[in-house]
Write a protein that binds this ligand. Sequence first.
Ligand code: PAF
Length: 286
Amino acid sequence: MTLLLRKIKEIRNYLRNIRCQNNSIVGFVPTMGYLHQGHIELIRRSKMQNDLTIVSIYVNPLQFGAGEDFERYPRDLERDLSICEEEGVDIVFAPLDEEMYPEKPLINIEIQGLSNILEGEFRPSHFSGVCTVVLKLFNIILPDRAYFGEKDYQQLKIVERLVKDLNIPLEIIPVPTVRDEDGLALSSRNTYLKPEERESALSLYRSFLLAEKLIKSGDRDAKLIKEAIREFIMKHPHIKKIDYVEVTDPDLRPVEEVKEGDRILLAVWVGNTRLIDNWRIGDANL
Ligand code: PAF
């Protein structure tokens, strides 16, 4: 039976008691809800590695900029709870805004050189909002392990660095992106896409395969690869604009010469929906 808790005090007391009795190892899956197979993979990994699995469901207002999709972000707690129940999640922590932010936090967390590039260039306060809520959740739950999807690769790298710099006593476990059969990376925001837009959104994944082909055939110049990706994606209908296409090493440093293990990262507007995706070079079975 999954236990739903909404108050910080409740979850702290509950976990304190459990830890006193059983010394349980706690796995934590932070989410903004509207759970899909990507979240389910995180939950399953946590279930495999820990005694207790906690999922948080909270659409964090602090990580949305003005004019972004905070209001229309999909929410369905009942559906999420039944997924958690099915997956054997022990606790769902779904706090209300007044619980998480009784007053507007004054803290501003910057991971220099990581927060302000790529996503950070287009969403300037986004990662400070992510780091603030993640740190609050870590302090509330005190997990032994926390699970983050590679779908948000920059977020993963930033949270890893946050944990390292502040000696937060937990392990971050990265989990590979889950894609639909046709290659579209799963995201709660995919629900915004009209069917014809979804078709064009496949160009993101397909551009990664194109890049892999070019690299396999000997094209290793990052500039050339990025141009080929842009050109390929822009050919599709409903693509409004590309915010960025970058090729970096695994630590998000841009590269000039592409090699296996590097990452392609991109953000693309399909109609009014902004999608991000990334790809580890060498992962395609061509
Ligand atoms: O990846 C997400 O869903 C969110 O950024 C997170 C980590 C739950 C923080 O709100």
